[in-house]
Design a protein around this ligand. Structure first.
Ligand SMILES: Nc1ncnc2c1ncn2[C@@H]1O[C@H](COP(=O)(O)OP(=O)(O)OP(=O)(O)O)[C@@H](O)[C@H]1O
Length: 487
């Protein structure tokens, strides 16, 4: 019977007399570095008093482990600080040549476990928008993302986009050999790549190439939705998702305006929320703060949104939507009743074929998927990635004071519970402008204010996600308009 590989190994830190004990379990990776003397089990109990540096991290955070010519090197991520953002750490040392085989087996066992169920040494097409957000995408890539991906043995094919639609052209002609397309950008580049896939000569195959966002724009909604509120702005967490993420299918939306059709992956909006996005383009240097400035300006003006909105509504019961979200999340965490192929359709209460008009005055409507549309706004808290439906949030008219008040808690989805917020799940919807002045914003990009129709393309897109199927990372815990939280 083959012997199980060792889970502990002691190395001498290169150029010093210090020794470090490295160990892993099924879930964690631990280092204990002493000042010259041996490490004993007592150090676990007297850790705060011992002259020992102790680190522990999730096994998933191990990026690479290698043993070459007597020299062992492990690279891993470790959460630091109040926000628990990740930092890349190295531990390097030597081993007695007598223990060569032991060290090799230890590295193999660690890597097998740390990469269980995912492909190693991926071939990646990386696109970087040097002008996204505050213009830091290039340095995010070279200082944080690239070192991690190369340490993990990935092959990178890198392009810095040099004009608008460059990413669309690259995606349109993409060779289908890549394991993922990594986008160091905001949401605009993701929109371009998906529209490039739609024009690919083999669109079905192109849409199966997963997209992995690295947050480096002013809007990073997909990253927030896949990784969560804190990790969604952490380039190391996003790079780890490139290495360890699972393929997750997401619905996409076809947006048809006249004879022109395009793909939307995130949102479409008209009214105050659209005006604030487009009206603050000149404040791009502020990063996400520009959306707040735009909102306050919109509240001051408070214009009525001049549209006729009709929808093919499937569900309009907010409580039922929350129950469905909770049971799906519980199913995932218990690993019970959840089947990856299940489409998880919302229970249709209403006919999906009938167009229903919304005829009250509104300030804006927002349609899309993924809880966050920005870091400050959880607009679709009950959205699923692959339920075959689009979430539509219609905001009725409110007083200015109330519009300011609901800013508090907007990032946790408090607005969902307001009586003046009408929430639908639909299979399609249409918008007809009632006056010539206005703007439509699709995935953060401005389009002409003309009639359009949106329909769901179920499970057309593919992303890399820490969650194998079926759920976004965000937690929706607010359970009433006052902002009270469920436990
Ligand atoms: N080199 C370039 N020069 C100018 N524009 C570019 C360049 N590369 C990409 N773009 C455009 O920049 C737009 C915004 O990109 P991105 O999403 O990365 O940044 P962002 O700051 O988050 O933008 P948004 O707020 O619109 O999401 C993209 O739609 C793309 O067309």
């Amino acid at each position: 019977m083959a012997q199980a590989a060792p889970r502990e190994l002691t190395i001498t830190i290169a150029g010093t007399s210090r020794v470090s004990k490295l160990a892993f379990t099924d879930t964690t990776f631990v280092t204990e570095t002493s000042r010259g003397q041996d490490v004993t089990c007592w150090t676990y109990f007297f850790r705060p008093f011992a002259k020992i540096q102790y680190t522990e991290t999730a096994l998933r955070n191990v990026v690479a482990a290698s043993y070459v010519k007597g020299y062992l090197d492990v690279q891993y991520l470790i959460p630091k600080g109040k926000n628990r953002h990740l930092k890349l750490r190295h531990i390097q040392g030597t081993i007695d040549s007598d223990h060569d085989q032991l060290a090799k087996d230890w590295c193999d066992a660690l890597m097998d476990l740390a990469y269980m169920g995912v492909k190693r040494s991926k071939m990646l097409r990386v696109l970087i928008n040097p002008h996204g957000g505050t213009g830091k995408a290039g340095s995010v890539f070279t200082h944080k993302v690239e070192p991690m991906l190369t340490a993990a043995g990935c092959t990178l094919d890198v392009t810095y986009t040099s004009y608008a639609n460059h990413a669309l052209e690259i995606a349109r002609d993409l060779k289908l050999k890549y394991d993922a397309v990594v986008l160091v950008s905001g949401d605009g580049l993701i929109h371009e790549v998906l529209n490039g896939f739609a024009q690919h000569e083999q669109p079905e195959k192109a849409f199966c190439v997963p997209i992995a966002p690295i947050p480096a724009g002013s809007g990073n909604a997909l990253s927030l939705n896949l990784l969560g509120y804190e990790e969604g702005i952490d380039p190391y967490a996003a790079a780890l998702n490139v290495l360890k993420g699972q393929h997750m299918k997401i619905d996409l939306f076809s947006f048809t305006q006249g004879t022109r059709q395009r793909i939307s992956f995130m949102s479409q909006t008209v009214g105050l929320m659209a005006d604030l996005d487009v009206g603050t383009e000149h404040l791009r240097w502020m990063g996400e703060f520009r959306f707040l400035v735009g909102y306050l300006w919109g509240v001051f003006k408070r214009p009525i949104c001049p549209i006729e909105l009709s929808m093919k509504v499937v569900n309009d019961d907010k409580k039922q939507m929350v129950n469905e979200l909770q049971s799906r999340k519980a199913g995932l965490s218990n690993n019970a009743s959840f089947n990856g192929d299940d489409k998880h359709q919302s229970s249709p209460d209403m006919s999906t074929d009938e167009w229903v008009s919304f005829d009250k005055p509104i300030l804006w409507y927002y349609a899309g998927q993924g809880p966050y549309v920005s870091r400050g706004l959880m607009q679709f808290p009950v959205s699923f990635p692959d339920d075959g439906l689009i979430d539509i949030s219609v905001q009725g008219v409110m007083k200015r004071a109330k519009l300011i008040d609901v800013m508090e808690g907007a990032e946790e989805g408090r607005t969902y519970w307001m009586d003046s917020n009408h929430y639908f799940k639909a299979s399609a919807y249409r918008v007809k402008p009632l006056n010539p002045r206005g703007v439509v914003v699709v995935d953060g990009e401005e389009l002409p204010f003309e009639e359009f129709e949106v329909a769901v393309q179920p499970r057309l897109g593919t992303v890399l996600s820490p969650c194998k199927q079926g759920c976004y990372a965000a937690d929706f815990r607010v359970c009433d308009e006052r902002g009270s939280k469920s436990r």
